[in-house]
Write a protein that binds this ligand. Structure first.
Ligand code: PHB
Length: 390
C-alpha cells in the first residue's frame, strides 16, 4: 500500500464516520408498541383478533405510524388483574415502550390506566370497557377505541323494552364489565318502563351456569339480559339453549355474547338479540374492504375485537402524525385525535372529550353464522363519562 492509497482510505473512512451520525439522526427511532393482551384463558381469541386488526392497519400504512417504523413488545396478561401492575411495568420500565395497547379485561385495563396516568405513557385501550377508564380515571394520554361498559348495556336495555318486554333477569360475570353492563342495561330498560326482577352472577371466569339457569326458569321473566364473552359466552349460550329456556324466555345481551363465537355456538345462538358498535352485513364499502383484507390475511372473518385493534392503530397513526412521531406530546396527540373523524369499518365515529368513541349501537340478531344488523339500537351514543374531569 503506497502513501496515496493510505490517504485515500483515510479520507473515505473519515467521510463514512462523519456521515453516519447524520444518517442515524435522520432515521427516527422505531416506535415501541407494548401489547398487553390475553394470550391464554377464556379471552385468548379476543387478544389475537385485536393484534391481527392492529397489524392489518399497520401493514396498510407500509409498516409505519407517524413516520416511525414499529417494534412490538408483548406480555400475556392472562386477564388477571392481580398481575396487571407487574405486567404493565414490564412494558414501561423494562422494555421502555412509547405506547401501551391493552387490554381486554376491565380490571386489567383499569390497572393499566392507573399506571399510564401516573407515568404519562400513551395508552390506547382496544377493548376493556371499565367505565372509569374514560370516567373518573380519564387522562390526556389515555384513549379507548372500543366502548364503555355502559354503552352497549344501555342500548340493549332500550331495545329490549322497545320489543315490549316488561320484566327481565340479568346474568353476568361478577366483575367490573358484568356489573357495569348490567347497570347500563338497567338504566336503559327502566327508563323505558321495564323492571328487573332478578340479578344473577358468578365469579369470572367460571362457567358453571346450571344452578343459575334453574333460578331463571323459576323466576319466569319476560326476557334475559346477559354479558359473557369468548369461551364463557360459547358455553353460556349453549347451556341456555340446552336447558330449554331459549324458546320461552328470549335471550338478549351486549354483542360480546355472540361476537367471534358463532362457529362454536352453532344453532344454539340462532335468534339471540344483542347491541354492539359492530355487526355483520353493514355492507359499506369501508367495511367490505376491511373484511376482504382481513380474511385474505388471516384466513378468518373479523369480529368486533379485530375492528377495535384496527382502530387502535388508526388512532395512533392520526395522533402521531400530528405530533411528528413524538409519543411524549400527549396534549398534541389528544388535540388531533379528538378533532378527527375516524373512518372505522364499524362506521365513522368521533372521540368524546373523555377519549371514548361516540358511536352508533347496532341492534343485531343471530342468523346462521352472522350477527346480522337489524336496526340501530342507539344512534351516536356517548358515554356520560361520569367523574371525568379533563
Ligand atoms: C371487559 O372486561 O371489559 C370485557 C371483556 C370481554 C368483552 C367485553 C368486555 O368481550
Amino acid at each position: 500500500m503506497n502513501i496515496s492509497q493510505i490517504s485515500r482510505r483515510a479520507v473515505i473512512a473519515t467521510a463514512v464516520t462523519l456521515a453516519m451520525p447524520v444518517a442515524m439522526a435522520q432515521a427516527p427511532a422505531k416506535l415501541k408498541v407494548g401489547f398487553m393482551l390475553p394470550a391464554t384463558g377464556t379471552f385468548a381469541a379476543l387478544g389475537t383478533a385485536i393484534e391481527n386488526g392492529f397489524r392489518l392497519h399497520l401493514a396498510e400504512q407500509g409498516g409505519k405510524l407517524g413516520g416511525r417504523e414499529v417494534e412490538f413488545f408483548k406480555v400475556d396478561d392472562e386477564s388477571d388483574p392481580s398481575k396487571a401492575i407487574d405486567n404493565v411495568n414490564k412494558l414501561i420500565k423494562r422494555d421502555n415502550v412509547d405506547v401501551l395497547v391493552g387490554s381486554v379485561h376491565s380490571g386489567v385495563a383499569m390497572a393499566m390506566a392507573r399506571v399510564a396516568k401516573g407515568s404519562g405513557t400513551l395508552m390506547i385501550n382496544p377493548n376493556g370497557g371499565a367505565d372509569a377508564v374514560t370516567g373518573a380515571m380519564c387522562a390526556v394520554n389515555i384513549f379507548r377505541t372500543s366502548f364503555s361498559n355502559w354503552q352497549p348495556g344501555f342500548a340493549i336495555g332500550q331495545a329490549m323494552a322497545a320489543k315490549g318486554h316488561k320484566t327481565a333477569a340479568t346474568i353476568t360475570w361478577k366483575y367490573a364489565a358484568g356489573d357495569e353492563m348490567a347497570k347500563g342495561f338497567k338504566e336503559g330498560f327502566e327508563k323505558a318502563g321495564g323492571k328487573i326482577t332478578k340479578e344473577l352472577n358468578l365469579p369470572f371466569p367460571n362457567v358453571e351456569f346450571q344452578a343459575l339457569l334453574t333460578e331463571i326458569a323459576s323466576a319466569k321473566p319476560d326476557a334475559v339480559f346477559s354479558f359473557f364473552a369468548g369461551g364463557g359466552a360459547v358455553k353460556f349460550v349453549k347451556d341456555y339453549d340446552a336447558a330449554g329456556l331459549k324458546k320461552n324466555i328470549p335471550l338478549f345481551g351486549t354483542g360480546f355474547l355472540t361476537d367471534g363465537t358463532l362457529e362454536a355456538q352453532g344453532a344454539s345462538a340462532d335468534g339471540v338479540l344483542t347491541a354492539l358498535h359492530y355487526a355483520d352485513g353493514l355492507n359499506t364499502p369501508r367495511d367490505n374492504a376491511f373484511r376482504l383484507a382481513y380474511a385474505k390475511t388471516y384466513k378468518m372473518q373479523p369480529d368486533v375485537y379485530a375492528v377495535q385493534g384496527y382502530d387502535a392503530a388508526q388512532i395512533l397513526g392520526i395522533g402521531l402524525a400530528a405530533v411528528k412521531g413524538d409519543a411524549k406530546n400527549a396534549a398534541g396527540f389528544a388535540a388531533a385525535v379528538t378533532k378527527a373523524t375516524i373512518d372505522s369499518p364499524r362506521g365513522k365515529f368521533t372521540m368524546s372529550k373523555a377519549h371514548n368513541p361516540i358511536q352508533d349501537m347496532y341492534l343485531r340478531q343471530v342468523s346462521g353464522k352472522e350477527n346480522k344488523v337489524v336496526g340501530i339500537a342507539s344512534k351516536a351514543l356517548e358515554d356520560p363519562a361520569r367523574g371525568c374531569k379533563m
